[in-house]
Design a protein around this ligand. Structure first.
Ligand code: F6P
Length: 400
């Protein structure tokens, strides 16, 4: 008997369950080689606590709905594995891998989760176990190294772009307009924040503030004032990770060591009201941007399915310690190749927007727009009942 276990880790995306779908479909095509498809509940925690579910027992209809189900269907975690390979946690993981006769391990996550994946791959190699470990890329932040982009980013960017597009139309229709500050996720990387720069000129945000650039409050106030005097309103995109002057000492920190961000737009609006005496409105897109299935990009969905399939085939070929990466082979028409990269190159590394993609500190260069455009292409049809999008409900049958 040879079984596989699938782990979802870190923050969800609107297509994280889509790569899982691809992996399930591919695994079912190889019944000789994969006897059971297991899911680890709450990421690596499931392998530590012997909390696995048998995905093979879930109804086909529910598997199909994974394509439009937000969140991580298996549950997720931001637990960091210890550096010390002799830590008792590893003995628990190994015991559970052996107990459930697991030969194939998949970790679907971002740069911190690839650290988990990398550590697991080193562990099984060091112990000489017949187990392979493969990474499946995902993060709305688009900050995974060694890949053209990360699954989940295109759909999230599409949501952000379309939401800001609508907000601009709402913001510009008042006789006395406001200064709108939209706060967008992405932590230390500005990919998502900058995405609305692809909107056509005339319906494009006026200013962008990215974590890649040093934030100068006085310059920000001067820029905002100038836009307001010229346009009668302002639409400004800021990153949640922007280093604005505020006290962050009491902020909650997650298991990966990251502060829970948020509130930057509200704080900047407060400063604008105080210093410029102009009306403001803060909009924090927050979890809606990574959870909303409405603007899933067809490109993202198709790549997510294919990546899940390729991950399974990679494991069946005996490859281990690798993550699937995308290399852009052409931009127009857009084509990519799926390749493998050593986990040592992606674990914990961060990819930021290069300066060459910025026109200046508040606007993007055409090369950035060319990069984004093909990723957000194509729409997907949502299955709904009584006007409500259907989502997967698993039975979560525990593996004994
Ligand atoms: O995983 C990426 C991310 O979506 C970041 O963009 C964001 O800062 C973070 O997760 C927020 O996660 P949570 O609200 O789950 O702490």
């Amino acid at each position: 008997m040879k079984n596989m276990v699938y782990i979802q880790s870190g923050g969800p995306t609107s297509v994280i369950n889509t790569s899982f779908y691809g992996a399930i479909k591919e695994a079912k095509r190889h019944p000789e080689e994969i006897t059971h498809i297991y899911g680890s509940v709450h990421g690596i925690e499931g392998l530590i606590d012997d909390d696995l579910i048998d995905v093979g027992l879930e109804d086909e209809e529910q598997i199909e709905l994974l394509l439009q189900t937000p969140g991580s269907i298996l549950g997720t975690t931001r637990r960091k594995l210890p550096k010390d390979i002799n830590d008792p946690i590893y003995a628990k993981i190994i015991a559970n891998l052996q107990k459930h006769e697991i030969k194939y391990v998949f970790v679907n996550g971002g740069n911190d989760s690839m650290d988990t994946c990398y550590k697991l791959s080193l562990l099984v190699k060091q112990l000489g176990l017949d187990i392979v470990v493969v990474g499946v890329p995902k993060t709305i932040d688009n900050d995974l190294a060694a890949t053209d982009h990360s699954l989940g980013f295109p759909s999230c960017a599409k949501f952000v772009i379309n939401t800001v597009n609508a907000l601009i139309k709402d913001a510009c229709c008042f006789k006395v307009g406001k200064i709108h500050i939209v706060e967008i996720m992405g932590r230390d990387a500005g990919w998502l924040t900058a995405a609305p720069d692809v909107l056509p000129e005339g319906n494009r945000p006026h200013l962008f503030y990215l974590p890649e650039n040093k934030f100068d409050l006085d310059q920000f106030l001067a820029d905002v004032k100038a836009v307001y005097e010229r346009e009668g309103y302002a639409m400004i995109c800021i990153s949640e990770g922007l280093q604005i002057p505020r006290d962050m000492s009491n902020v909650r920190v997650d298991g990966f060591g990251h502060a829970q961000l948020g509130g930057a737009a509200t704080e900047l609006c407060r400063i604008v009201e105080e210093k410029l005496n102009l009306p403001t409105r803060a909009v924090e897109l927050s979890l809606t941007q990574r959870a909303c299935p409405v603007f899933v990009s067809k490109v993202d969905r198709e790549e997510a399915i294919k990546t899940g399939e390729i991950a399974v085939r990679t494991a069946l070929n005996g490859e281990t310690g690798k993550m699937i990466v995308f290399k852009r082979t052409n931009n127009n028409p857009y084509t990519i190749s799926f390749e493998l990269e050593d986990l040592s190159k992606v674990a914990n590394a961060v990819s930021l927007i290069p300066q060459s993609m910025m026109k200046d500190v508040t606007r993007m260069d055409e090369s950035f727009r060319e990069y984004i455009r093909p990723l957000i292409n194509g729409e997907v049809q949502l299955k709904c009942k009584d006007g409500i999008a259907l989502v997967t409900n698993f039975k979560y049958i525990k593996v004994k």
